[in-house]
Design a protein around this ligand. Structure first.
Ligand SMILES: NC(=O)c1ccc[n+]([C@@H]2O[C@H](COP(=O)([O-])OP(=O)(O)OC[C@H]3O[C@@H](n4cnc5c(N)ncnc54)[C@H](OP(=O)(O)O)[C@@H]3O)[C@@H](O)[C@H]2O)c1
Length: 217
């Protein structure tokens, strides 16, 4: 997956928004509301998925991401997204997958949190902390320590835990025009019913479609 963006709203979604009735409404905002909104840290999921909802093959491989024809090496908004982040959270399987690439830790500028129930697990990367359990108050502390937004890198098991706790504010899904048929699921283990509002969509020249959803308040 790579760089430069062909930004074109997806016709279907643009049409859908036209059908929403428009009601004139002038909200009364106080200065304190505006300041609070601006400084609030968001928890964001940003992930590539196959059309049928898989994030990796059964053996964890990601070769199908690189198979996407991308002659102009566009990055599907990745660099811009990274500028909004100073904290990453991921499950142990995703952490080990990234380490298996044998590259420098890609999130060296961020605080990283690795989830595992294994109390003996030790992180091998800089500024990385192991968490054995997530709960809303602990995540509030992580939020308070972040100056930017927090990225839930994945994988699916981790994502479902965050969904079940109602902790994801924004989901940015990069849908690849690929049906894998089987693999590791984006939303495994029956996550709880959750309503989202689409707020943005982009079609890239590679055929990938990026859709951003926010949690319905
Ligand atoms: N397509 C993409 O953009 C993308 C992005 C990210 C990841 N991936 C792929 O996704 C695959 C991994 O996904 P996955 O769903 O199998 O696993 P995962 O979510 O990465 O990791 C699962 C493990 O994390 C730990 N964990 C998760 N939630 C926890 C919680 N609330 N409390 C304590 N521990 C928790 C557990 O480790 P223990 O069993 O040790 O307790 C669990 O087995 C990899 O192949 C990776 O490459 C793809």
């Amino acid at each position: 997956m790579a760089a430069g963006a062909y930004r074109k709203p997806i016709d279907g979604l643009a049409g859908m928004s036209k059908k929403i009735p428009c009601v004139s409404y002038t909200p009364r905002l106080r200065v304190s509301d505006i300041l609070f909104t601006r400084t609030m840290t968001k928890i964001k999921l940003y992930i590539a998925t196959s059309l049928d909802g898989f994030i990796a093959r059964e053996d964890g491989s990601l070769d199908w991401l690189d198979a996407l024809p991308n002659p102009n090496q566009i990055d599907h908004g990745y660099a811009d997204f990274l500028k909004t982040i100073d904290t990453v959270i991921m499950g142990k399987s995703t952490y080990e997958k990234i380490l298996s690439f044998g590259v420098d830790w890609p999130y060296a500028t961020c605080h990283s949190y690795i989830l595992t129930t294994d109390k003996d697990f030790r992180a091998k990367t800089a500024k990385t902390q192991v968490i054995n359990q997530i709960n809303p108050s602990m995540i509030e502390q992580v939020k308070a320590a972040s100056k930017k937004d927090i990225w839930i890198v994945g994988g699916g098991i981790t994502i479902t835990h965050f969904i079940n706790l109602g902790l994801i504010d924004e989901m940015i899904l990069c849908l690849l025009p690929t049906i894998l048929g089987k693999g590791i699921r984006l939303f495994p283990n029956n996550p709880k019913e959750t309503l989202l509002s689409p707020i943005k969509s982009e079609l890239f020249e590679t055929g990938a479609v990026m859709v951003t959803y926010e949690r319905k308040k």
